[in-house]
Design a protein. Structure first.
Length: 177
């Protein structure tokens, strides 16, 4: 075996080693990307749980919603609800953007978040907030929420009419006239 033959064999072995190394690096990058996506999904779940549970247990929220229903919200109530809704909807938007970028892995998480989003937009308080602050969010996300809100409003039955008394009976208000 000549020196040239040894050199040729070394070059072939070197080329094979480079190809094997490239395959290994590609597999590692793919694995790390997957782990990063899973980690992102978990961080979003932790963030949502971290503020939604205390929020749901906060007695002040019940008072604010009660004052809203009675038409007596204070400016401080309005500010608190705005901050709460901004935080919640920022999480929804982050989930929507993540699912848009990585459909396969994050789509199940977004499906859950989308159901929660629909639940939030059913609230008249959130609907009022959205009508004021929707421009804070990305165009595509705004379109999504607007569509969900339109669907919720379309399915909401009209308020029930006051019952009419049977024939021959009068109500208290009609008897006094």
């Amino acid at each position: 075996m000549t020196l040239q033959d040894a050199s040729d064999i070394a070059q072939v072995i070197s080329a094979v080693a480079v190809v094997v190394s490239l395959i290994y690096v590609a597999l590692e990058i793919r694995h790390n990307s997957y782990e990063l996506r899973i980690s992102t999904q978990q961080a979003q779940a932790d963030a949502a749980t971290g503020y939604l549970i205390p929020l749901g247990l906060d007695p002040m929220l019940e008072q604010i919603v009660g004052r809203f229903a009675g038409g007596a919200m204070t400016p401080v109530d309005d500010l608190r609800m705005s901050l709460i809704c901004n935080g919640v909807f920022a999480q929804f938007q982050a989930g929507w953007e993540a699912a848009r970028m990585e459909q396969r892995v994050l789509r199940p998480w977004w499906t859950y978040q989308e159901r929660a989003l629909i639940s939030w937009v059913r609230s008249p308080l959130v609907q009022l907030w959205w009508s004021r602050d929707r421009l804070l969010f990305a165009d595509g996300f705004r379109d999504l929420v607007d569509g969900k809100l339109a669907a919720v409003l379309a399915e909401t039955p009209p308020p029930a009419a006051a019952p009419t008394p049977p024939q021959g009976q009068t109500t208290a208000s009609s008897a006094s006239t």
